[in-house]
Ligand binder design. Sequence first.
Ligand code: NAD
Length: 289
Amino acid sequence: MKVAFIGLGNMGGGMAANLVKAGHEVRAFDLSPEALDRAKDNGCAVFGTVQEAVADAEAVVSMLPNGAIVDAVYGADVIGHAPKGALFLDCSTIDVDTARKVTKAAESAGYEMVDAPVSGGIAAANGGTLTFMVGGTDNAFARAEPILAAMGKAVIHAGASGAGQAAKICNNMLLGASMIATCETFKLAEKLGLDLQTFYDISSKASGQNWSMTSYCPVPGVGPQSPADNGYQGGFAAALMLKDLKLAMEAAASVDAIVPMGEKAASLYEAFARYGSGGMDFSGIIKTL
Ligand code: NAD
């Protein structure tokens, strides 16, 4: 297929390369010349504007920083410029309301669109092992599935438009809160004189077990290899966790949901980022406890 790809940064660069490997003709645009150079090296055709990249495309994939940019790019340069009937797949993490608004505008102009945010970081984007959570109609999902499958290990239909973004921020709110709970628990265990490997062996087989402990342990040398074993570098940046928690707080406010643990996690990650640690892996928040 001819697939336009908008936003070839840390995540989009590897995703576009995997579409090329799967045999798609990828037509790339990014504001950054460096990102475009990398895309060209990975076999993409590069264009000087969004409108040129989408002009001939059967599908448009976007991987952009936030909802305002997604809204602006689709509103100004994709809707009405891609061929009628093209499928749009926005893989960025954005707010649910903007995802629904852009999809509605696309549908009114004769396109189908899915929100398809991802779980998994830069390594999963490069390795083609992302998990996609997809919001959209059954028909749009059926069209999107094979395109997304070339970039990931799992493609899950979460529900109607916006459901992909809703699933993503609910998952990451749980992850943010459970990471902090795991960190403070290990610090308490340490202060109570427990050997941390022994505590891990117990808790990972007891009812406190959770992903932040057994797949991404924030304590160096305990559990499988994780960013904690690399000075909290690489992995999922605390600034991105904060972005997702803020989206979760906005979404919670919009539906009057009570989320005290999510609020606390958002305020702790806000402080962590404010004091200069936004680039550190999100498990590095253990250093503040
Ligand atoms: P990034 O900043 O590395 O890449 C974004 C790219 O978009 C940049 O290359 C930038 O030049 C480009 N861009 C910005 N405005 C543009 C415009 N108007 N037109 C064209 N290109 C434009 O960010 P990233 O880490 O690749 O993240 C992208 C999205 O993926 C975000 O929504 C993020 O929340 C989400 N995400 C990131 C991770 C991660 O680990 N990095 C994990 C899951 C989800």
